[in-house]
Design a protein around this ligand. Structure first.
Ligand code: ADP
Ligand code: MG
Length: 680
């Protein structure tokens, strides 16, 4: 057996299991080795039966006194009841798929059982415990690793596969240079791997984990530093006089808020300096970030520079195009659009006009970073909702100009630790004020029983000429299934609201279909829009006053907040209904927070607090590679150490060409994958 072998060499992995594992990113034995437990269960000591308390998990060791079926033994779902005993008492063990399992037990033999103890008519029982014959190899006792759920493979099976890998541990060799190992007191990698999977005590787990988390974070930091280095950010940037925008501000139909004003002041002084701007503007949904971006683009155009604004979806890019065109055309500034669904001839025309400088402001999706997009004189690069982009996408865009000014806008409040990793030297402005007259969205949580009332309310609002969104449940990460449930909801609501114009938009639809529907909704010719989460980002329809979120328990706080931000964008009072179908405490707490607060920063903090210990901070959402073991929030101290080490490495060897860094280089490439076009 070797680390690079395919997963199918293991006992118990046929073609079907191999496929499931592959889908979860586990191709080789090495991948499985790096599939780490989510938590551990302490099953080192068994508990006497007379000490058991209902509602908790226990390990017991007991003899089977009798086996019997409660029903027809020839039917496959007939429950099997075992009466088991130790010196202190007896209890019941129940399996519902009894017929298959009966043969695994013999009367008078001893077994270990591990599971939740419940009470049934005054008798203690365990339903479907894990079990193991006493004395057989491969015990269920000890400190047991609990692996993350993979659909189609039980936790127990994964543990058995991991056991087979034990013979590989010695072949895991030290791959970090000695000075790094010593400075950071890292455990040997083979020791670390063994103890993270199968520890004998808690201290070993910690030592092992520290080493593995350090490895992961060192790889992350080295990759990020490499990308940053590559940006050559120290040259002189375009100097732009922001005072040119005064007349544009005077022409706006509204007064800038305090938050917008101070962000703009900061941007103005960045633009005026020879050092290129590198600024993040954080502001809640609806706080008016686009207006601030417009001021910067206006000034750039007036100073003879081109700007580009990249948005995460085509829908959003087109919406920006519309507002930018109408705001800029009175001043003779030309705005162009680039996205992947455009016809070749249209696209070519835009490319020509960009190169000639005819188009002064370009908006688009990530299509704007493709290599054939060339500017005449790019002075300002803006990314909207930046968390949707990878770090390297951002850096590719800046490479299209001579050290252009960079403005990054996001509605996702980012915890401090993470902001430092993502942006390093970025300056941060926050817009914490809302435009005048904006009222917080009134938020109500309910369950199935409240649905009729909610719909009645939706009807009343529509009768008053307002529009509404219903967000269809997020079922799993499959667009197809989501589309189906949205379609079902659409059929039901079309019937219920037969006298209104009801439409559906979901991710499986073609781009131009989606566009057409969104356009109709924005124009007011659709009253009720049923949607999957495609509307999450940035859609702006001020007349919409109701947001109904189905299965709100399936959304995270940040997402709920984003969704709710689609309403309350005009002056009238808006409403959000969270229909929760779960009794989970966390889900309810999330809904309670939503009802209580409308401050995105407060909600983000609560979100972090509510994350369970096993939940890893979603780095993917922020454009970072996926991490297996590390949590950027909880492992902040390890992160600091890893960052120090990475800094030294990149200073010493900027292209990682030294022999001692070859393994690290491989890992960086693997972690960042396509995202990073490193000439490493
Ligand atoms: P976001 O920060 O979510 O990107 P937008 O820039 O889309 O917010 O702004 C939301 C809405 O508020 C837009 O319709 C915009 O015209 C309007 N708006 C922006 N600034 C102000 C302001 N100072 N006063 C009133 N309305 C504003
Ligand atoms: Mg926006």
């Amino acid at each position: 057996m070797e680390l690079k072998d395919k997963i199918s060499v293991l006992r118990g992995v046929g073609p079907k299991k191999a496929e499931i594992l592959q889908k979860n990113g586990i191709r080789t034995l090495e991948d499985l080795l790096c599939f780490f437990p989510r938590k551990y269960e302490d099953r080192r000591r068994e508990t006497r039966i007379d000490q058991l308390q209902p509602g908790q998990d226990y390990l017991i060791q007991a003899k089977v006194l009798s086996r019997k079926y409660s029903g027809n033994p020839y039917k496959k779902n007939t429950p099997l009841n075992l009466l088991v005993a130790d010196d202190s008492g007896t209890m019941e063990v129940v399996f519902f798929n009894g017929r298959y399992i009966a043969n695994l037990f013999s009367v008078n033999k001893e077994y270990s059982f591990y599971g939740r103890v419940t009470e049934n008519f005054g008798r203690l029982q365990m339903v479907h415990p894990e079990f193991h014959p006493l004395g057989d190899p491969g015990d269920i006792r000890g400190i047991l690793p609990v692996y993350p759920q993979i659909n189609g493979i039980s936790a127990n099976e994964i543990r058995k596969l991991q056991l087979q890998l034990k013979e590989l541990y010695p072949s895991v060799r030290e791959w970090l240079p000695r000075e790094i190992v010593e400075q950071n007191r890292l455990a040997d990698p083979a020791y670390a791997i063994k103890n993270v999977h199968f520890p004998d005590d808690g201290r070993q787990v910690l030592e092992g984990k520290f080493r593995l988390i350090f490895e992961e974070l060192l790889t992350l930091e080295t990759g990020l530093l490499f990308i940053k280095n590559d940006r050559r950010r120290d040259g002189k940037g375009a100097v732009i006089d922001g005072r040119c925008s005064d007349r544009f501000i005077q022409g706006l139909p509204f007064e800038l808020t305090e938050g917008q004003k101070s962000a703009w002041e900061a941007i103005k002084s960045d633009l005026a300096s020879e050092r290129a701007m590198n600024r993040l503007v954080q502001g809640d949904v609806g706080s008016g970030k686009t207006a601030v971006a417009e001021l910067a683009m206006f000034a750039a155009a007036e100073n003879g520079f081109q700007s580009v604004m990249m948005a995460p979806t085509e829908l959003l890019a087109k919406q920006h195009l519309q507002s930018l065109s109408s705001d800029f055309s009175p001043y003779g500034i030309r705005v162009g659009l680039l996205c992947s669904s455009m016809k070749k001839s249209e696209r070519n025309q835009v490319l020509t006009q960009l190169q000639s400088g005819e188009i002064q402001v370009l908006v688009g999706t990530h299509a704007v970073i493709s290599p054939d997009v060339q500017f005449k004189n790019l002075g300002l690069v803006i990314t909207d909702e930046q968390h949707r982009f990878g770090v390297s996408q951002r850096s590719l865009l800046t490479q299209k100009g001579e050290n252009p000014n960079v403005l990054v806008m996001t509605a996702t409040p980012i915890p401090r630790t993470l902001a430092v990793i993502l942006y390093g030297d970025l300056d941060i402005s926050q817009i914490r004020t809302m435009p005048a007259g904006r009222q917080p969205v009134r938020t109500v949580q309910t369950d199935e029983s409240g649905r009729r009332k909610v719909y009645r309310f939706v009807r009343e609002q529509m009768e008053q000429g307002r529009q509404a969104y219903v967000v269809a449940p997020l079922i799993e990460e499959s667009d197809k299934i989501e589309a189906k449930s949205a379609e079902r909801l659409h059929r039901e609501l079309k019937e219920l609201f037969a006298d209104f114009r009801v439409a559906l938009v979901h991710g499986e639809m073609k781009q131009d279909e989606k566009d057409a529907i969104m356009k109709d909704f924005a124009a007011g010719s659709i009253d009720l829009l049923i949607s999957t989460v495609v509307i999450e980002v940035g859609i702006n329809v001020p007349n919409a006053s109701v947001m109904v979120i189905e299965n709100s328990e399936r959304f995270g706080l940040a997402q709920l907040h984003q969704l709710r931000g689609r309403v309350g964008r005009g002056e009238a009072l808006s409403y959000c209904f969270l229909i929760c179908q779960s009794d989970s405490e966390t889900a309810k707490e999330r809904n309670r927070i939503m009802c209580r607060s409308s401050d995105g920063f407060e909600i983000a903090e609560a979100d972090l607090r509510l994350r369970g210990p096993g939940e890893i901070f979603g780095t993917r959402q922020h454009g970072l590679p996926e991490l297996h073991l590390s949590d950027l929030i909880r492992h902040g101290d390890v992160l600091e150490k890893a960052k120090e080490a990475a800094k030294k490495i990149i200073e010493e060897d900027p292209t990682l060409s030294k022999e001692k860094y070859q393994k690290l280089k491989e890992r960086v490439k693997k972690m960042f994958g396509e995202e990073i076009k490193l000439e490493l």
